[in-house]
Design a protein around this ligand. Structure first.
Ligand SMILES: Cc1ncc(COP(=O)(O)O)c(C=O)c1O
Length: 375
């Protein structure tokens, strides 16, 4: 049996979610836009799913839209804010996920949007004084786009503090919450946020489906033109079964959040203890012992010929981990996050990321394999 420590890249689908999807693939094949009974059945399933997601976020039904995942949701937020809400300046960071980073680069290049980067420390923490300066210098045509938790090093932003700051200065806030929805409680009534994003495969749901929350005050037009699906905001026949599967996964993630969190925190701490007692000269990255995603531990090993091939050697030994983020090209190109934060660092970084399906026994196996690889 392989051991899977790459849950920040994607999570295994849960049995309950699989059962939900299979049932709907078999039984709910009607086009949700059709007016006959089979179509209406699909529509009901989609609206039930919307209700589950909206309830857990304390949002209203009209504020949740289904998408193909985190990348689409984040693109939709920043591009529609520019197109429809008059946004001309976006305050962001250099360690955002590529779907935000590259979307902003294209807005800068083709639409003359000003992109400002907030200062970060070596752990990837937002310099709140610098953010305040940037936010207060800019006004109504400004948006902040900052991720809630970094997928490579786990460092978390104080979302409530940033949301309060944006509210005080009348600045719109988008947050890439792909790594945190279903892992931390988020209440959009308490936290003043314009847009947030979710992706089902990060919380034991299927790939290729996600959602965006859009605060009802932000009136934007369609992101994909065509039919009037998703209240005219995103055309295309809905993936009924996967939307239902995502809602099931999100429901379980929220209902079981406490127990999953404590299981994963314990595993992460166990790995930290084992690494510290078995190896010298390791470096934990990000705000690992502070405000950090409990699912992620990024570790840098001294650069040697053996550690250079660490992810590959672990793979051969039956263990999946990652060199940084999941790379869409399948080729390891190095981490833009680590090279931004610690450019002088030549160490070899491995990201271990956990789910409640992992066990201490798996960590023991990992430690044994690491010893073999390094010695
Ligand atoms: C922080 C973050 N944002 C966005 C995405 C993209 O999500 P998706 O794979 O659903 O497009 C990911 C996935 O790796 C992520 O970790």
């Amino acid at each position: 049996m392989r051991i899977y420590f790459d849950n920040a890249a994607s999570t295994p689908i849960s049995e309950e979610v699989l059962a939900t999807i299979t049932q709907h693939l078999k039984e709910s094949f009607g086009n949700p836009s059709s007016i006959h009974a089979d179509g209406r059945k699909g529509r009901t399933i989609i609206e039930e799913a919307r209700k589950i997601i909206a309830n857990h976020l304390n949002a209203s039904l009209g504020e949740i839209f289904f998408t193909s995942g985190g990348s689409e949701s984040n693109n939709m937020a920043v591009k529609c804010a520019v197109r429809d809400l008059g946004i001309k300046t976006i305050i962001s960071s250099q360690i955002e996920h590529h779907c935000v980073l590259h979307a902003l680069q294209s807005l800068e290049e083709f639409q003359d949007i000003k992109i400002l980067h907030v200062k970060l420390d070596k752990k990837g923490r937002v310099d709140m004084e610098n953010l305040k300066e940037l936010v207060s210098q800019n006004s109504k045509d400004t948006m902040v786009s900052l991720m809630h938790a970094n997928n490579e090093i786990g460092t978390m932003m104080d979302l409530q503090a940033v949301a309060d700051m944006c509210k005080e200065h009348g600045v719109l806030l988008h947050s890439d919450t792909v790594q945190t929805v279903g892992r931390f409680p988020i209440d959009v009534q308490e936290t003043n946020i314009g847009f947030l994003s979710g992706s089902a495969h990060k919380f034991h749901g299927p790939k290729g489906v996600g959602f965006i929350y859009i605060n009802s005050e932000n009136i934007i037009g369609p992101y994909i033109n065509g039919g009037s699906q998703e209240r005219n905001m995103r055309a295309g026949t809905e993936n009924t079964a996967f939307i239902a599967g995502m809602a099931k996964a999100y429901d379980l993630a929220n209902l079981e959040m406490e127990s999953r969190t404590s299981t994963i925190k314990e595993l992460r701490q166990y790995l930290i203890d084992q690494l510290q007692s078995n190896f010298n000269d390791l470096q934990f990255n990000g705000d690992w012992d502070g405000q950090c995603l409990y699912t992620v531990l990024s570790v840098s090993f001294p650069a040697t010929a053996k550690t250079d091939l660490m992810v590959f050697s672990l793979d051969i030994a039956g263990i999946s981990a990652s060199g940084g983020s999941a790379c869409s090209s399948g080729v390891e190109t190095g981490s833009h996050v680590m090279s931004t934060l610690i450019p002088e660092d030549l160490r070899k970084t491995v990201r271990f990321s956990f789910s409640h399906y992992n066990t201490k026994e798996e960590i023991d196996v990992l430690i044994g394999k690491l010893k073999e690889i390094i010695s």
